[in-house]
Design a protein around this ligand. Structure first.
Ligand code: COA
Ligand code: ZN
Length: 313
């Protein structure tokens, strides 16, 4: 039987690290990315070209990006940019893939990029246009697509409208983000099905946080809707400095285990992913890992094969 493939973008180096309280050196970020690549990660958000005052952790983007690109030309290395200035800087650094963030509520745009929703829409459409002119691929987040920490539930028609707008503008992927990790599977199904009326599944990525321990259940709901692209963060590192209450992202190891055990191929080695978790733990000086980590540590390293089907369930 040919296993169906799912695709994972590891966002730990950007979404994961941007909210950490300890300083992380460029070298340690590079090592983390190396370990992800060794584990089979083909897509990653490696850094962001943002104001160093807004997110000090990402201030080494211009140094880190060329190192990563030079060492791993096969990796699709996305960088987040908040405005034209960021896009320019990214272009100068040789970036070929960028991520834009369009928050679905007024307050979240104010907090994140100091713009109103109307300004943010205009700016995002301009960024998509400019990236196409520069031959740079883009993924555009619809952030707080479920709930906003400032405004409560985000109206679904607005989420659909924003997703349609960026799709029609020609962004390559639309990332539906549960920024604060408040969604449950029924809402994931409802929201994705509403969006899928207008946008093909292969263009959509689901970005989940695990604040309530429901990220993997939500990922399963997305899989059932036909979504095959997922964001995740090794070790579940994450949180957003502008979204109070947002915990870590869905852990990459949880997603890989769930997907492979359910008959999907991820191209990722769980064993090698654990080395990336180990490195992140050391650097951040805290215990990391998703809900499956204890089981993985007890079972995966003890085996010679990486196929979870052969493990001792
Ligand atoms: N990269 C580096 N520096 C930038 C920049 C970029 N993309 N955009 C603006 N700046 C600098 C400006 O040059 C200015 O510097 P100065 O104070 O030394 O003159 C300073 O940042 C403020 O610029 P301004 O245009 O007035 O922006 P602002 O204060 O309204 O901040 C953003 C807007 C978007 C730059 C800032 O909020 C930001 O970088 N946010 C990042 C948000 C983020 O990463 N969120 C995570 C996504 S979930
Ligand atoms: Zn996120």
């Amino acid at each position: 039987m040919i296993m169906e493939r799912i695709y994972i973008t590891d966002v730990a180096p950007r979404d994961g690290l941007q909210n950490q309280s300890v300083a992380v050196s460029t070298e340690d970020k590079f090592t983390l990315i190396s370990k992800l690549v060794e584990a089979g990660i083909e897509n990653a958000e490696v850094t962001s070209f943002v104001s160093p005052k807004a997110v000090p952790m990402m201030s080494d983007a211009a140094e880190l990006f060329p190192k990563v690109q030079g060492a791993f030309p096969q990796l699709n290395s996305f960088v987040l940019v908040p405005n034209l200035k960021g896009l320019e800087k990214a272009h100068e650094a040789g970036v070929k893939e960028v991520a834009f963030v369009l928050c679905a509520t007024e307050m979240m745009n104010q907090k994140n990029i100091n713009m109103s929703l109307a300004q943010a829409i205009e700016s995002t459409l301009q960024l998509i246009e400019e990236s196409k002119r520069l031959n740079i691929r883009s993924r555009t987040y619809i952030s707080v697509a479920f709930d906003c920490p400032y405004e409560g539930e985000t109206p679904l028609p607005r989420v659909v409208e924003l997703a349609k707008k960026v799709y029609e503008a020609g962004t390559d992927q639309i990332v539906i983000a549960d920024t604060i990790g408040s969604a449950a599977p029924a809402q994931v199904t409802e929201r994705l099905n509403a969006i899928l009326k207008y946008i093909p599944a292969e263009k959509i990525v689901i970005h989940l946080h695990d604040t309530r321990g429901m990220a993997v259940a939500n990922a399963w709901a997305a899989l059932q809707c036909g979504i095959r692209w997922f964001d995740a963060s090794v070790g579940g590192i994450g949180g957003c400095p502008f979204a109070p209450g947002a915990a870590g992202n869905m852990a990459t190891e949880d997603l890989v285990l769930m997907a492979e055990q359910s008959g999907f191929d991820t191209g990722i080695s769980l064993e090698k992913l654990l080395y990336a978790v180990d490195h992140a733990q050391q650097v951040l000086d805290k215990t990391l890992g998703g809900g499956s980590i204890k089981w993985l540590r007890q079972n995966v390293r003890a085996t010679t094969t990486l196929n979870p089907k052969t493990l001792n369930f």
